[in-house]
Design a protein around this ligand. Sequence first.
Ligand code: SF4
Length: 366
Amino acid sequence: MMSGRKRSSAPLSGSADGEFALAVLDWYDRHARSLPWRQRDGAPDPYRVWLSEIMLQQTTVAAVTRYFARFTDLWPTVHDLAAAEPTAIMREWAGLGYYARARNLHKCAQIIASEHGGVFPDEVADLIRLPGVGEYTAAAIAAIAFNKPETAVDGNVERIMARFHSIDTPLPAAKKELRALAAHYIPGQRCDRAGDYTQALMDIGATICTPKLPKCEICPLGQHCMARNSGTDPATLPRREKKSPRPRRVGYVYWVTDKAGRVLIHTRPETGLLGGMRALPTSAWESIAPDHPPWIQAALLVGTRVEVRHIFTHFELHLSGLAAPSDSISIPDLPDKSFQWVARDHILAEGLPSLFRKAAMQFLGS
Ligand code: SF4
């Protein structure tokens, strides 16, 4: 064992360098996770690889599994997805979060179906032009679906590289360095398993070199890992610059009911947060309590115990629930036809994003 190596951001050289990919692939052959979008025999289906990679953006494997099964049941090919109704896609996506992904998913499927004959491009430069496909996703699709030696650097890979080389520079400043290290170890010409290698690193990051309790004793990279062998606590890496706390926004969520027991919902505008999703009506979301929208008569609103908190990427939202009988709204003045009455018993089947699902459940129980 090469214990006691000095910290270095230079890649390993000589035989140890080649050992990295071999150790990773050998581990993968024995311990690869069985995932519904992963194909161990035969060529991978680029549609399933793309779909899984879009769903996995900022989302866990556990959360994605059920959605992936549902989408591939409903829309087994990219042509099926391209032909789907946007509202059906949004409804099925409900609860998975980051809803711009669902809109881009549909746009991308339509482009692949109409402009590429249903065949995904295999080069990063072409993949990255597709809606919803960024640098990481393009590299992951090229590597996994087409076995291209591309560097797909996500949080797992950054963590492994930061620990393997005991890099002290905090993220995000360390990104470039970690990326260069990750690129160095790609098997490339040395073997024909770039896709397996990419997935192997994802698996090692998810199951062995985990953020809080890395299992160094069973890690295939332990022999040359500088954090492990230099006495640095691997769990402290990668270091991160302190983030300023998320700003807080507040607003109201309305439970408007009519005498027939129906509840008012609306479809949010296409652009903006939760765009195109079915939702309970809300006020604007502001840093201080906002005004009620003009179509609601504030005097008739009734305070409730409903309180919902939701974390978005750039802010934290707190919504307070207000109940409103239907005579507290001026129906002719409803902002547009995106507002709709639904039976109270059906509200949870409307494909509400989790923020509104949480609110609806509280209203129903209150
Ligand atoms: S030895 Fe430990 S810290 Fe190093 S890569 Fe493996 S799990 Fe991560």
